[in-house]
Design a protein around this ligand. Structure first.
Ligand SMILES: NC(=O)c1ccc[n+]([C@@H]2O[C@H](COP(=O)([O-])OP(=O)(O)OC[C@H]3O[C@@H](n4cnc5c(N)ncnc54)[C@H](OP(=O)(O)O)[C@@H]3O)[C@@H](O)[C@H]2O)c1
Length: 220
């Protein structure tokens, strides 16, 4: 298999990071699982090797993972988004940072409660500066669907200030088995982040589970 880029997933030991690691590893990407502890990263890589034995993967602490990644993905809970970025900031310059954060505020996770910056994606971009291409994606995708070998019907809204970086992430989304759409600048991450609370409400109705969105239109 030809060498593809290295994707480093910070907090890649968690639910969403595990799902993305499985999908991109199966697509042939070299995966680096980042964690606060080497032991947790080692265990996650061992589990990934069981599922995707033919693609290399490495385990590192988050700072080393961010340095090793050509593309870096942040998959930690919203409360720890900025503190985690602070620990890796210098390694992100010139790279794409995919931010998946949904700023849910328990216990009212079915109510939209956006942060003062407007969205978690915008908060990350403001914090890191324009040297880092923050691209917001995956807010409406359930982690356990990513982890399973199933077709995911839900589309992915992709927001970021740099169009080429958005397109790169849309290509990665395709390789992970979903459709991504240009959703405009990082400020527009607010829409996908807010939508998660709406989908939670729809799931609670009991009529469907795993609700999602699909973009429709007439083809040109
Ligand atoms: N779960 C979903 O279905 C889903 C869907 C869409 C978006 N998201 C978003 O994806 C992100 C991750 O969600 P998740 O469900 O995967 O979360 P999670 O499993 O609860 O946590 C992910 C990882 O974050 C790290 N972490 C935990 N506490 C931390 C702290 N205090 N400081 C730094 N790192 C810490 C842990 O890694 P280590 O202990 O190894 O460091 C953990 O494995 C969230 O922002 C969420 O909004 C989730």
């Amino acid at each position: 298999m030809s060498a593809k880029e290295t994707i480093a997933i910070l907090g890649g030991t968690g639910d969403l990071g595990t799902g993305l690691a499985i999908r991109w590893s199966k697509a042939g990407y070299n995966i680096v699982i980042g964690s606060r502890t080497q032991e947790k990263a080692d265990a996650a890589v061992a589990a990934l090797a069981e599922i995707s034995p033919n693609t290399p993967a490495q385990a590192m602490e988050n700072a080393a993972a961010a340095a090793a990644g050509d593309i870096v993905v942040l998959t930690v809970p919203a409360d720890h988004q900025i503190s985690t970025l602070d620990g890796v900031k210098d390694s992100l310059k010139g790279k794409i940072l995919i931010d998946v954060t949904v700023p849910l505020v328990p216990p009212k996770v079915g109510t939209v409660q956006m942060p003062p910056e407007g969205s978690a994606g915008k908060r990350a971009q403001d914090h890191l500066g324009e040297d880092v291409h923050v691209v917001s994606a995956f807010q409406n995708i359930a982690a356990h669907l990513l982890q399973q070998d199933v077709v995911i019907e839900c589309d992915v809204l992709v927001a970021g200030n740099n169009k080429e970086s958005r397109q790169r992430v849309i290509d990665l989304i395709k390789e992970a088995g979903m459709n991504g759409w240009h959703a405009g600048p990082i400020a527009n991450a607010a829409a996908a982040e807010a939508l998660t609370s709406i989908l939670i409400q729809i799931n609670r109705s009991g009529i469907v589970s795993h609700s999602g969105i699909k973009i429709i239109g007439q083809e040109h």
